[in-house]
Design a protein around this ligand. Structure first.
Ligand SMILES: *Cc1c(COP(=O)(O)O)cnc(C)c1O
Length: 356
């Protein structure tokens, strides 16, 4: 049986008559807008935000389409990729009946969004080198799995997933495969966006929160077939991305060179930081990274985490995640921040010598 989008979409979503907002019903060149009950006297803040934003974020899509060599009809703009994850689960998974597959250790939001929607989560752990267990994933397809969530480069392990394995899952699964590329700009690998034309079940997520440096604006994107983008548009909140966010995202997209420069600096620092961390006896292993963070296995993660915290440096304790025993996840900071981190770990090691 081939991939059949119609048969995967929940009936209530298929039957839905979406809310029609004022701004989606009119898009001409009128000068007087008395259609949306906005405040004609301006905003209380003084900033020019008394009008509703573009509900379909046309300008962002134009620029992002050019950036990724794909047409705007293949792009959905979300209030952070977290919104896209939630919407996708709600389009395809029937509460109490269907399920998703995740490959831990990985980003926690796939399972959380599923559980909020009463959707079961089947977990197929990563195997050697934090790569996909493609056979295990295949065994988990039937009969209720509607979606597979894959993360490449993966959070918290930091590595790219092998392209062959990703494509194998995309080709074999008759459900939806979501590949989360939140960190792709830091990796030496190709985005899977180029594969969307070949695979109607493939959805690629990206975000403005990492390489673009705009986490505070809450904007992400889903790249997919036109029918899937139409479904996302059908169920999203009418004005899901604010005018302020749209304005600033457009500015950022017009300066993608600035983004690339920051990515290059981050990668330089990642290499230096990894080398510096490897020299500590408190550090057992620095995992290779294709992202803007390092997964670092240490001798006593609880102890080091608390020491750093008391010194004003917050890292992420991932030691409870599967395959991540004793691991801290450390975001690559500025040269100065990384220097302080290294200095604090030196102090930590010195303190160990003096402990009873
Ligand atoms: C940070 C991150 C995101 C970004 O989510 P936003 O809602 O766009 O900020 C998505 N996926 C992964 C794996 C991440 O680590």
């Amino acid at each position: 049986m081939a991939f059949d989008l119609e048969s995967l979409v929940r009936d209530n979503i298929k039957d839905l008559v979406p809310y029609s907002s004022a701004r989606s019903e009119y898009s001409g060149g009128a000068k007087i807008f008395l259609d949306a009950n906005e405040n004609a006297y301006g905003s209380a803040s003084g900033a020019p935000y008394s009008r509703y934003p573009d509900p379909v974020q046309s300008e962002i899509k134009q620029l992002l389409a050019r950036e990724n060599a794909i047409s705007p009809e293949h792009i959905f703009i979300a209030n952070g990729s977290d919104e896209a994850i939630d919407l996708l689960i709600r389009i395809f998974c029937r509460p109490g009946i269907d399920g998703i597959i995740t490959c831990p250790p990985t980003y926690g939001m796939y399972a959380v969004a599923a559980q909020i929607n009463e959707v079961a989560v089947k977990r197929v752990g990563l195997i050697d080198g934090f790569q996909l267990d493609t056979r295990g994933i295949q065994a988990a397809f039937e009969p209720t799995a509607k979606m597979v969530f894959l993360c490449s480069p993966n959070n918290p392990t930091g590595n790219l997933l092998e392209t062959d394995a990703l494509l194998q899952v995309v080709k074999r699964f008759k459900g939806i495969v979501v590949i989360d590329e939140a960190y792709i700009h830091y990796a030496n690998g190709m985005s899977m966006i180029g594969e969307i034309g070949n695979h109607p079940n493939l959805i690629v997520l990206q975000t403005f929160s990492k390489a673009w440096g705009l986490a505070g604006l809450r904007v992400g994107a889903a790249f997919a077939s036109e029918p899937i983008v139409r479904l996302l548009n059908k169920i999203k909140l009418p004005y899901n991305v604010s005018s302020a966010a749209q304005l600033l995202i457009i500015e950022a997209l017009q300066n993608s060179e600035g983004m690339r420069k920051r990515v290059a600096r981050t990668i330089d620092e990642r290499v230096k930081l990894a080398a510096a961390l490897c020299r500590f006896s408190a550090v057992e292993r620095v995992h290779p990274s294709d992202a803007n963070f390092l997964l670092v296995q240490v001798v006593n993660s609880f102890d080091l985490y608390n020491f750093l915290l008391a010194s004003g440096v917050v890292v992420r304790d991932r030691s409870n995640a599967s395959m991540c025993d004793g691991c801290l996840r450390i975001t690559v900071g500025t040269p100065k921040e990384n220097e302080i981190l290294i200095q604090k770990i030196e102090e930590y090691e010195a303190s160990l010598i003096h402990r009873p």
